[in-house]
Design a protein around this ligand. Structure first.
Ligand SMILES: Nc1ncnc2c1ncn2[C@@H]1O[C@H](COP(=O)(O)OP(=O)(O)OP(=O)(O)O)[C@@H](O)[C@H]1O
Ligand SMILES: [Mg+2]
Length: 358
């Protein structure tokens, strides 16, 4: 997976102060503001008091080129709405959506259709296949909309069929396929147009756990090859952990926290984020560099380990020796000493409720 950087030149998609309000007259709340309000919480409350539904409230995030950006949150927190706003399948009430620096909200309908057809791929939880078309025709369908010739679209459909491992099923109809296979068709169809940005809204939620894990592996394998810029929605923190470069947690339409999964685990913004992160298998997530102990000092006899070493592999050594291990950066420089105490401190920071919430 790609390591996110602070280099803004690689931002593919940007969501700036996006609001989606349903009701009689949603625009009234945003005249002249571009979605930038002084206090988003207060503003949301006022909108709700005026009998409108706030599906998205002041949502801002960037998706870097080649990154998997995951959005999580409870049911009704606004995940599907925001991902639909990104392609303007749902029209945002206020804010900006920038794709390659250009504001999508300023595009005409015709331009928008063209952008969706050529630059965006979408996969939905319900698969959304056309029941009267077989596998290859389902997959080739978006290319038909693009006006691609028959020969070319079947050649391209064959390529993506191979990518998702559906060779031999070209002539089957959706009802003849398992859930996992149907979603492979959905994935292949969304990739057929070679999109720049790829939106997946709970693509694996309808699948049983074993198939789900297989599909996650396949998805990661495909991404390893294609390096798409991805927005992936899930309910499942374990899934987010496996696939996310960075993630956002949403509540009541708003983003509560954005960061790498490990940042959210170690420094949850509040009890809501902690609810999601508290059941993680710590030893498989924490790395040597996450459990440095300020009070320990380096000595010559301590073993040296790379910063990314999983704590799981260090546990026997940490248990046997209070002095810990020396953690090295890529260039061999010493970052600090990881100890059992450092591990306990990291765990305490992430999983024990703060006093005011206890
Ligand atoms: N067309 C609509 N009209 C009115 N309210 C809507 C509409 N679409 C969505 N909402 C409301 O917006 C809020 C966010 O819905 P959204 O579908 O984005 O949630 P979600 O996080 O995707 O939930 P889930 O995990 O169940 O899919 C919900 O309160 C929902 O009822
Ligand atoms: Mg949804």
């Amino acid at each position: 997976m790609k390591t996110p950087t602070n280099d803004h030149s690689d931002i593919k998609l940007s969501c700036r102060n996006v609001w989606k309000v349903y009701g009689r007259q949603p625009e009234q709340f945003f005249e002249g503001t571009q979605g930038r309000v002084t206090d988003a919480v207060q503003h949301s409350d006022a909108i709700r008091d005026a009998d409108h539904i706030v599906a998205n409230a002041d949502v801002s995030f960037d998706v870097h080129a080649g990154e998997i950006f995951v959005i999580m949150g409870l049911s009704g927190s606004g995940k599907s709405t925001i991902v639909r706003c990104l392609s303007r399948l749902v029209e945002p009430t206020a804010g900006e959506i920038l794709l390659d620096g250009e504001d999508l909200l300023k595009k005409s309908d015709a331009e928008l259709i063209d952008i969706r057809r050529h630059k965006m791929g979408m996969v939905f939880q319900s698969f959304g296949l056309m029941p009267h078309l077989n596998v290859i025709d389902n997959i080739a369908f978006p290319l038909k909309l693009q006006g691609v010739t028959e020969t070319e679209r079947y050649a391209q459909a064959e390529r993506v069929i191979e990518l998702v491992g559906l060779e031999g099923r070209e002539n089957n109809f959706p009802k003849e396929l398992s859930g996992g296979q149907q979603q492979r068709v959905g994935i292949a169809r969304s990739l057929a147009v070679e999109p720049d940005v790829w939106f997946l809204d709970e693509p694996f939620s309808a699948l049983d756990p074993l198939i789900r894990k297989q599909m996650q592996d396949e998805f990661l394998r495909i991404q390893e090859k294609l390096h798409k810029s991805i927005v992936f929605i899930t309910h499942d923190f374990q899934e987010a952990l496996r696939i996310a470069d960075r993630m956002a947690i949403m509540r009541d339409g708003a983003v509560v926290q954005i960061g790498r999964p490990i940042d959210l685990i170690l420094n949850p913004a509040d009890g809501y984020v902690r609810e999601f992160t508290q059941d993680v298998p710590w030893e498989r997530i924490l790395r040597a560099e996450d459990i440095l102990d300020d009070t320990a000092s380096e000595t010559a006899e301590l073993k040296r380990v790379a910063r990314g070493t999983l704590v799981e592999t260090l546990l026997p050594r940490l248990a046997a020796n209070n002095s810990g291990v020396v953690v090295e950066g890529e260039d061999g420089s010493v970052l600090g000493v990881a100890t059992a105490r450092g591990l306990t401190a990291a765990l305490a920071a992430g999983c024990i409720p703060a006093p005011e919430e206890a």
